[in-house]
Design a binder for this molecule. Structure first.
Ligand code: NAD
Length: 354
């Protein structure tokens, strides 16, 4: 079957971003040889260098161009010690997440090799879940303010925004995913025992949506308890749904369970629209330019993107190649291996089979 071509905007960004994205792009090149995958990649230089030399973060018209001309965005990381305000990163990354209304932050937590988890006596199947983090509102809406700033009487307020529409669409997406992927259970994490208003809305909407998916078990945990259970008994989780702040924290815990930030992948998704795929890690300035960063997070991110674009088989082939490389000990130093970024990328790429 001949497929239509999928257009990818590649924004490598700062620090280790360009090094890990180079390996993800290498893997996409390999997949084009082994599978019926048609991709066209266009590179954009948005990041700290451009901001420092031209004062430009996310160029004018970029969001319209991305929506109109692209199917997906593959991004590295943003953050540079020369920009302490982090303005460019905020404009580019949050600009795309919010401006493109990418309301699902999807983060799989999957153990690829038993040796990678810091937990004792866990098998691969014990750590295999996905987190749906709300990505456009909550505590990240920027609402709040100061009164009497800089004085002893200073007051700072930090507000959290929860819209019915926003809560309903992320919860619905988590149940849809569970049904689609043959997962049994959706667990919602909140703190509704103390956050009485936002938490109440999440509770009501969760029950309403769950009632439409009688084939999926719906359960609830307070987020503090969930943090504990994720360590004690991660096997109970299939799909987790939570707000922006709790999802952010839980997914870093999840990344640690699967072997570290260098392995974690994510998608910022609005189904049916251009969506953004990026490794969970940041720009890791101390590692930048040294060819030591782990490219696997970026490579697994590319696999997620392939799946989103309708190339599920190719995405699975990439995951299998990553797993095989890790099981053979062909890894970067953060996972106990000796390979450089480039060598680790090449090792995965060579293992991708038709
Ligand atoms: N999505 C993003 O673009 C994003 C996310 C987080 C942080 N940041 C930015 O990145 C910069 C550094 O932040 P940070 O140090 O808190 O987080 P970081 O993720 O860059 O690094 C955290 C730790 O993980 C290690 N690490 C990260 N990625 C790795 C990889 N691929 N291979 C091996 N080790 C890896 C780092 O060496 C460091 O010890 C900051 O400017 C921050 O704002 C950006």
């Amino acid at each position: 079957m001949t497929r239509t071509i999928k257009r990818i905007a590649v924004v490598a960004g700062d620090g280790i971003g360009p090094e890990v994205i180079r390996e993800a792009v290498r893997v996409l090149g390999r997949v084009r040889e082994t599978h019926d995958v048609r991709l066209e990649l266009t590179h954009f230089d948005w990041g700290a260098d451009k901001f420092l030399s031209e004062g430009v973060t996310l160029p004018e018209g970029a969001l319209e161009m991305l929506s109109r001309d692209f199917d997906a965005i593959l991004a590295g990381a943003f953050g540079d010690p020369r920009v302490p305000s982090n303005k460019h990163a905020e404009d580019i990354l949050l600009g795309m997440r919010r401006g493109l209304d990418l309301y699902i932050n999807l983060r799989p937590v999957r153990l690829l090799d038993e040796r990678l988890t810091p937990l004792r006596n866990r098998r691969r199947e014990d750590i295999d879940f996905v987190v749906f983090r709300e990505n456009t509102e909550g505590a990240y809406c920027g609402a709040g303010g100061f009164l009497k700033k800089g004085t002893d009487d200073e007051i700072a307020t930090q507000e959290e925004l929860n819209t019915r529409r926003g809560v309903e669409r992320i919860i619905t997406a988590s149940f849809e995913y569970a049904r689609d992927q043959g997962r049994r259970r959706v667990t919602m994490a909140d703190k509704s025992n103390v956050q009485r208003f936002g938490g109440d809305l999440w509770q009501r909407v969760f029950k309403e949506v769950a009632a439409r998916y009688t084939d999926i078990e719906a359960n609830h945990q307070y987020v503090d308890a969930m943090a504990m259970f994720m360590v004690q008994d991660p096997a109970q989780y299939d799909v987790i749904v939570s707000n922006n702040l709790f999802g952010d924290i839980l997914t870093d815990l999840g990344a640690a369970l699967q072997g570290g930030l260098g392995l974690a992948a994510s998608g910022n998704i609005h189904p049916g629209r251009v969506s953004l795929f990026e490794p969970v890690h940041g720009s890791a300035p101390p590692l930048a330019g040294k060819n030591v960063a782990n490219p696997v997070g970026a490579i697994l991110t590319a696999a997620m993107m392939l799946e989103y674009l309708g190339y599920a088989e190719a995405g699975r082939a990439v995951e299998q190649a990553v797993q095989s490389a890790i099981q053979s000990g062909e890894t970067t130093r953060d996972l106990g291996g000796t390979l450089s970024t480039e060598e680790a990328g090449a090792s995965v790429s060579q293992r991708i089979a038709k």
